[in-house]
Design a protein around this ligand. Structure first.
Ligand SMILES: Cc1ncc(COP(=O)(O)O)c(C=O)c1O
Length: 438
């Protein structure tokens, strides 16, 4: 096992894009540009193959005394191991579920069993509602007080002073997003985890939006829980919850009696979506391969053929290298898109726009153009082959707070590592054309 040097590797986009069959589609004669990653990313062929192969050969329930059931048990164990490498935790700390929202509702109910009136929890104005509503519902049932961390309206960043002031000795849980799925802000979650722990509170991180953009390391973060969704980082429609071993063991899940009491299975109820889980290992391997390829090439170019002679890095090290390459490519796209958006007339860009602070944001853009509703813009762009979103994307507290909810929310343009500079330029040209047309 060896580690990988992550000095500014570059991404071979030809290789990357060749992995994703859906990217070659056209719409009305225009090449499709998938700028809808924040709503769900495309999947590489190997994920499609893994799902299809599972259904073709191993489709069975778990725990049976026959081959396909045993293969299913082994496949789930491999997927758990892959997610453990992805998140940097133990495989027994990885819980599978239908999606992040369902997992968070389930965990919030269980955590609520330990809380009482007078206890407090903290949620933020910036978060997706999946990391807000489950906590509000639990608080209502348990008589727990909810506090809200506010934002700096001018750049849509968390107001850390406000957040700090609202954590006290009664705080039992801080729920915060790693990155905003609306405006792209990356929150200082490590610092927030430390603030929570200083007060004796748990930290529950929503990493759904961060997952495709940045390396997640739950060990380094020292968070108590972290939820993500594989369909946001090139995998199948599934949710994954990391829970610290001690918490998964101590907190009492709501579950059926025949279900085992061993973690993590005691947190997984009924039959899981096995075919999707089959796609998870393939999705993590896709990401790891980006990293492996970068080290196999002396010049750090991804896409070189594998070399038998070179030592293979650990999967975790390969994932780290992959995210270094992803980050470098996404940064180029972020700068290009921001420069172009700033030149479009009557445009308002929400979130961080200062290039000096780009480390604190993802290439996810929430914009409005005076005289056009976000839906109208998304529709016109959609007709030209650009897949963008309009509305609130469930970041409801943010759109209400910024008073854009009643007028259609934002137009969201989301870039991930398979997007290209050419797509950015074409999107900017299309936006300019739409603005000038009217
Ligand atoms: C930041 C964020 N959190 C949570 C969710 C909900 O995830 P899921 O669809 O897996 O429940 C989303 C989905 O868009 C999201 O973007």
């Amino acid at each position: 096992m060896s580690t990988i040097q992550t000095a500014a590797p570059a991404l071979d986009l030809t290789y990357v894009r060749s992995q994703f069959p859906s990217l070659s589609q056209t719409v009305n004669g225009h090449p499709a540009a998938f700028l809808d990653g924040p709503g769900g990313t495309q999947v590489p062929q190997r994920v499609i193959d893994a799902i299809s192969n599972y259904l073709s050969h191993d489709n069975a329930n778990t725990g049976g005394a026959y081959s396909t059931s045993r293969h299913t048990d082994a496949m789930i164990a491999r997927a758990r191991g892959a997610m453990a490498d992805f998140l940097h935790c133990g495989a027994d700390e990885v819980v599978f579920g239908p999606n992040m929202t369902t997992l968070t509702f389930a965990m919030s109910r269980a955590i609520g069993r330990e809380l009482k009136p007078g206890d407090e929890i903290l949620v933020t104005r910036l978060d997706h509602d999946a990391n807000v509503s489950p906590w509000l519902a639990m608080a209502e049932d348990r008589g727990v007080t909810v506090r809200w961390a506010e934002i700096h309206d001018e750049d849509c960043t968390l107001n850390l002073a406000d957040l700090t002031a609202k954590i006290n000795k009664n705080t039992k849980l801080v729920a915060v997003g790693y990155a905003s799925n609306a405006v792209g802000t990356i929150n200082p979650v490590k610092e927030i985890v430390q603030l929570a722990h200083k007060a004796g509170a748990l930290a529950y991180i929503d990493a759904v939006h961060y997952g495709p953009h940045g390396l997640i390391d739950v060990t380094a973060l020292d968070c108590d829980f972290l939820a993500c969704s594989t369909y946001k980082f090139f995998g199948p429609h599934m949710g994954v919850l990391y829970g610290k071993r001690e918490h998964l063991k101590r907190i009492r899940p709501y579950k059926v009696r025949p279900n085992t009491n061993a973690i993590p299975n005691c947190w997984e109820w009924g039959t899981l979506n096995h075919e999707s889980i089959a796609g998870i290992e393939a999705c993590v391997e896709y990401i790891a391969d980006l990293g492996r390829r970068s080290t196999e090439c002396g010049d750090s170019r991804l896409g070189c053929p594998p070399s038998e002679a070179r030592p293979q890095p650990s999967r975790r090290a390969a994932i780290e290298a992959a995210y270094a390459a992803i980050h470098a490519h996404e940064r180029g796209l972020l700068v290009r898109m921001m420069n172009g958006l700033k030149k479009i007339p009557r445009m308002t860009i929400y979130g961080i726009t200062d290039p000096a602070r780009f480390d604190d944001r993802c290439p996810t853009f929430a914009v409005r153009i005076e005289g056009h509703t976000p839906l109208e813009l998304a529709t016109k762009l959609g007709d030209r082959g650009f897949f963008t979103w309009d509305g609130n994307y469930y970041a409801l507290n943010l759109t209400e707070h910024l008073d854009v909810e009643k007028s259609g929310g934002f137009l969201r343009i989301g870039l991930v590592h398979y997007n290209t500079a050419d797509e950015v330029d074409r999107l900017l040209a299309a936006l300019r054309e739409i603005v000038v047309e009217t």
